[in-house]
Design a protein around this ligand. Sequence first.
Ligand SMILES: NC(=O)c1ccc[n+]([C@@H]2O[C@H](COP(=O)([O-])OP(=O)(O)OC[C@H]3O[C@@H](n4cnc5c(N)ncnc54)[C@H](OP(=O)(O)O)[C@@H]3O)[C@@H](O)[C@H]2O)c1
Length: 275
Amino acid sequence: MTKACVIGWPIKHSRSPMIHGFWLHKYGIEGGYEKVAVSPDDLPDFLNNLAANGFSGCNVTVPHKEQAFKLAHELHDEARAVQAANTLWLAGGKLHATNTDIYGFMTHLDQSAPGWNAKQRPVALLGAGGAARAILYGLLQRGASDVRIFNRTKERAVKLASFYEKGVRVVDWQNRDEGLEDCGLVVNTTTLGMSGSPPLDLSLNKLPNDSVVADIVYVPLETPLLAAARQKGCRVVDGLGMLLHQAVPGFERWFGVRPQVTTELRDLIVADLGE
Ligand SMILES: NC(=O)c1ccc[n+]([C@@H]2O[C@H](COP(=O)([O-])OP(=O)(O)OC[C@H]3O[C@@H](n4cnc5c(N)ncnc54)[C@H](OP(=O)(O)O)[C@@H]3O)[C@@H](O)[C@H]2O)c1
């Protein structure tokens, strides 16, 4: 029986077992997907013994994404671009690593805001952490040529921007309201707005009404940012779709079936989030 897992520290709140469990059942696959708490100290041993422990691969979450990238033997383009891995699998005795957050975000954006075009107007990216790195890469791949990065800690934004020769510029966090002028897309990748975190203080007054606003926070599903954007008439993209779609490539690698992200799956996770 093929088995995969998600590892993190802590791992209790991961929804990945629910997503993969849904697909295993739906496609009648005799496989397993578990969550395993792995401490940072234990990560090298765990990954070295993945096959011995009966796993074909795993998802990797906080705080292991960068370390997993370093420990893998075969790095795929997306993992290299983001310098972090969230999906690992064994092939030919080697541990392969990729980053499916890029695919997850872009696929959900395409589905939720059809016709949106990265090349047409500037993009405002709030945050410069791990998720921002993945999303920035995805946007540049699609031809975005004016991405404005706003981050509380400016040096982190400068470092992120420095990976690219063009198409990215850093704007002071304090100037985020004005910085939305002319933007066709706003993406919040900070933790602000997440339940238990402070709200994101951002005025959408300068943002054109026909823009798209995405928030990758998914608890709550409708963040105050998305509620404000909806009220303004903007198209909104929630964070749950990214979570669901990022799981697709891993499932296909481990279990050999490309799964569908359906309303039924989404409803199951929404119910679990308590919405
Ligand atoms: N939907 C999905 O599938 C998905 C996938 C990945 C992540 N996420 C969510 O995305 C968020 C970010 O994840 P990550 O892995 O990128 O985290 P991270 O690397 O820790 O980055 C956190 C970001 O939030 C900013 N931030 C935190 N507290 C702030 C505050 N009080 N004021 C202003 N900025 C603040 C940080 O700014 P500084 O640099 O100044 O600290 C940084 O830019 C989390 O909520 C996570 O759950 C969702």
